[in-house]
Design a protein around this ligand. Structure first.
Ligand code: ADP
Ligand code: MG
Length: 885
């Protein structure tokens, strides 16, 4: 153990040391488990389950359960969990972020805590970075779970599966090539609900998140796919909780009118001149339009003041159009494919079909590229990954690179990072950066270096930051006659097969940043022939070349980590030029000048510790800045999160209860109470009985004016209320007789759900606007977040009270409404959801809530609604045109 404490921090070493006795206990159990027959091993699961059901803690069962998993892995995969892997498994069970280097076998590590926690019978989810890996892992690890009698499900973009062991003829391929090849016969297609019903479910963060949102858009609890959020292990956790956490998940529906605006502004902004019409802050990725720019637009559009014309909307469109021109580049930030703008993930270089930039940016890019502009969308549901994952009772994660983000994991998720030592010592040689004056010199040197390694027979993996660079380098290599494979983040499955062979002698593989992530590179190829493998070792193992530094050190580490897995020989080096984006933004010009002064030629290289360190400092600055952006997104989502929780809870109550009549009639009574209170202020001769009866007629279609006038003479407000309420209840019963009880119950539920959904969507939209507008207010030296919280809270209260008002006003007219279409569970993709919600538009938006106080003294001071104010009933009409008529 002593070498450990030298390498890792004290606290970490202490923690690792504390795991050792548990590891020893698991190993001591090994002979006992080896003696069990396959059936006896499988029967262990039932035994453990009973213990758990009888109140034994998972911690007590851990050693036995881990021993069982180790044994099952030996029998199925022919792999015995290393001791360090047991340590990783314990740490995952304890809800930590586990850093284990690439190639250390994290896929296998996860089986330990997954199995242990599955014994509770609640759901265990394992998150992978793409659909391919979720299928791979479900099949690969599914064998272990199957041997233990535990079911494995898998959810993909448009499908759900469960692991099916009944295909013995393919067993050999599955076992040998299972780390990168998927044998589809081992997956049986099922509904998403069934995939979630399995003990364990593998899937991507997107799928889990979207299913959660969609589950909160269904009309009946049988349509919900997920069965709770118990324990989740996030593989490649930094990628998911950090890199992808900047954009929230959004389900949206198209909005009709803005297409024209995008085209208009897209024609105007190309004529803009930097520092005259607009300012660009590359560091902040922000543009701002100057007075002059605004004038230009006003002249072109022939309007006096664009702020007046369409208030913030015009300016917003203008800004997005400008951004699309100056900040977003084709083949770097996005590609055009099949007439669509597809986002390229800036960290992984992967294409993200289906993902759209929000707030109209995507449409602005579409306008710029002249492709069809998708209609602006209306958000139906949205959540950040941070808040999605906080739903789980326990969360843990694993990755090869967590340490540089430990602070963020701690601050945002209260998760601690633990570093597990490698099974064998790491011998990779990470060389100092090679720095060139300009890009051309760098590329030339790169090609030379790659050729040299290739001729020597050493396998080389070259990482580029974008598809554009990737193709440029590939073209140069082709010209020079260096054979190579190109990975473009286009097809994960094919990518996996290529990357799996990247360790073969003399192979050159060019890949965007993390293409093929999650797939192991075995020296000599996979499956490896032994003399090939030893030859590959002799020439130095895999050599990794980075063609540029990335914004985050973590991503660079990730690339380096491809070499030197499991004690293999290997090396890595980055090539940098002062013209690289990362360097340029942080004083690249100065560096360039210094190099000029020193007389450094275009083809000369500098390897200088001082400069390398300066680059890392620049990276750490950008990391901090990106953390701030994510924090900002999260702080705002946290406000919405409370609202979302409350609304989803209410919704869930409704869809899972068999009878919601009371809820509806309560709303009706509450509405009547508010109506009466509002119109019976002051002395009785001031009471507005006419108004009350008109509102009642509008609600129920029944005229009670003369009866009510009589009642009112007694001057008793409560009496009036209960009279009207009785009337309403009577009419409600009449309606129920007409429709039949069953139909009425159904309609109650539909009215409730639709009203909640519609108002909730409006609320989301309103909150989006609020967020934009508080940002503008920040100039007035007020903290935008505080403003957002205060006003958001008011809007939320209004939302909750509007729900009741709306329901009361709709329920009596309910037969006019169509029933919602039934949407099949596995088809609840966002686009289908859009359709099923389009018929909801007939429900009005909330505006004012009726006053609810009954305290006499307050009532007299209460401000009266002006005739031109929006009506309190939520009709969106002016008061004088509605209840004030
Ligand atoms: P990571 O996710 O940590 O990068 P993987 O889970 O992809 O690593 O595993 C890397 C390789 O190591 C795989 O080919 C896997 O089969 C192998 N491996 C993992 N654990 C063991 C073990 N205990 N014994 C033998 N091989 C193992
Ligand atoms: Mg992995």
């Amino acid at each position: 153990m002593s070498f450990l404490s030298k390498i890792f921090g004290d606290a970490n070493a202490k923690y690792i040391k504390s795991l050792q006795p548990v590891v020893d206990r698991i190993s001591l159990l090994e002979p006992k488990f080896e003696k069990l027959s396959d059936e006896q091993l499988r029967a262990k699961t039932e035994e453990f389950r009973k213990l758990v059901a009888n109140g034994q803690s998972l911690d007590t069962i851990l050693p036995e359960a881990f021993a069982a998993v180790r044994e099952a892995a030996k029998r199925t995969l022919n792999q015995r969990h290393f001791d360090v892997q047991l340590m990783g498994g314990i740490a995952l069970h304890q809800g930590k972020i586990v850093e284990m280097k690439t190639g250390e076998g994290k896929t296998l590590v996860a089986t330990l805590p997954v199995y242990l926690n599955a014994l509770e019978g609640k759901s265990v989810h394992v998150v992978t970075v793409n659909d391919f890996l979720s299928r791979r892992d479900a099949i690969w690890m599914g064998q272990i779970y199957d041997a233990l009698g535990i079911s494995t499900g898998c959810i993909n973009h448009a499908a759900g599966y469960v692991y099916d062991a009944g295909h013995t003829e393919k067993d050999k391929i599955r076992d040998e090539e299972g780390s990168f090849k998927i044998i589809h016969e081992f997956l049986r297609p099922v509904t998403r609900r069934e995939a979630y019903a399995a003990d364990i479910t593998y899937g991507t963060n997107n799928e889990f998140g979207f299913d959660y949102l969609r589950d909160n858009m269904v009309y009946a609890s049988e349509q919900m796919a997920q069965r709770g959020h118990n324990f989740v292990i996030v593989d490649e956790v930094d990628s998911i909780l950090i890199d992808e956490a900047r954009t929230p998940l959004i389900i949206s529906a198209p909005d009709e009118d803005s297409t024209q605006l995008y085209n208009t502004f897209s024609r105007i902004v190309p004529g803009f001149i930097e520092n005259e019409d607009y300012n660009l802050d590359e560091k902040l990725k922000a543009v701002s339009i100057t007075e002059k720019g605004i004038e230009k637009v006003e002249k072109t559009l022939g309007v006096d003041n664009i702020y007046n014309e369409g208030d913030v909307r015009y300016v917003h469109h203008l800004e997005q159009a400008l951004k699309s021109y100056v900040l977003f580049k084709k083949d770097r930030d996005y590609v055009i494919k099949g007439g669509e703008v597809i986002i390229v993930d800036e960290f992984t270089g992967r294409l993200m079909p289906g993902r759209r930039w929000s707030e109209g940016l995507h449409q602005a890019v579409e306008a710029k590229e002249g492709v069809k502009i998708q209609k602006e969308s209306r958000t139906l549901a949205t959540i950040t990954f941070q808040n999605y994952f906080r739903l789980y009772k326990k969360i843990s994660g694993m990755t090869g690179t967590a340490r540089t983000s430990a602070e963020e994991f701690h601050k945002v998720f209260s998760l601690d990072v633990v570093e597990i030592p490698t099974n064998r010592p790491l011998v990779r040689n990470d060389m100092a950066d090679r720095i060139y004056k300009n890009e051309e010199g760098k590329l030339k040197a790169l090609v030379g270096e790659i050729r040299e390694k290739h001729e020597k027979g050493q396998p080389v993996l070259v990482g580029t930051v974008s598809i554009e660079k990737n193709e440029l380098l590939s073209a140069m290599l082709s010209r020079e006659g260096v054979p190579h494979n190109l990975l473009n983040a286009k097809n994960h499955e094919k990518e996996a097969e290529i990357i799996a062979q990247a360790g073969k002698l003399g192979t050159v593989t060019i890949a965007t940043n993390m293409a093929g992530r999650g797939v192991d590179i075995v020296l000599g190829g996979n499956p490896a022939l032994s003399d090939e493998a030893s030859k590959a070792c002799e020439v130095g193992g895999l050599h990794v070349i980075g063609t540029e530094r990335h914004e985050a050190r973590r991503i660079d580490d990730q690339l380096r980590g491809r070499a030197g897995r499991q004690g293999d020989p290997g090396s890595s080096q980055f090539f940098v030029s002062t013209q690289d984006d990362v360097i340029r933004v942080f004083g690249g010009d100065r560096l360039h000048n210094i190099m000029n002064t020193l007389g450094v030629g275009d083809d000369d290289v500098i390897e200088n510790k001082f400069i390398s360190r300066a680059i890392e400092q620049a990276q750490s600055k950008i990391e901090g800045h990106n953390f701030d952006i994510r924090k900002y997104v999260l702080e705002y989502d946290d406000v919405m999160n409370k609202h979302r929780e409350a609304v989803y809870k209410l919704r869930k109550e409704i869809i899972s209860s068999s009878d919601v009549e009371d809820k509806v009639t309560d709303f009706v009574k509450e509405y009547i109470g508010n109506l009466v209170d509002f119109h019976t202020q002051g002395a009785s001769y001031e009471w507005n009985i006419k108004e009350i009866s008109e509102s009642f007629k509008a609600m129920t279609g029944s005229d009670i004016h003369s009866e009510l006038s009589d009642k009112a003479k007694a001057n008793d407000r409560e009496e009036v209320k209960s009279f009207i309420a009785d009337k309403a209840v009577f009419l409600y019963e009449v309606k129920e007789k007409e429709l039949g009880e069953e139909e009425m119950r159904k309609l109650e539920r539909i009215v409730l759900i639709r009203t909640i959904d519609e108002l909730w969507m409006n609320h989301i939209e309103a909150m989006e606007h609020l967020r934009d507008s508080v940002r503008l207010r920040a100039y007035g030296q007020r903290d935008p977040l505080v403003e957002y919280k205060i006003e958001g809270q008011k809007m939320f209260q209004q939302l909750m009270s509007s729900i009741g008002t709306q329901v009361a006003n709709i329920i009596f007219k309910v037969s006019l409404m169509q029933q919602p279409q039934r949407v099949k569970a596995e088809e609840r993709r966002p686009d289908i959801v859009q359709e099923s919600h389009s018929h909801q538009q007939n429900i009005n938006e909330p505006v004012h809530r009726p006053p609810t106080q009954t305290d006499e003294s307050q009532e007299n001071n209460k401000p009266k609604i002006g005739r031109n104010d929006p009506c309190w009933c939520g009709s969106k009409k002016k008061y004088k045109k509605c209840h004030g008529k």
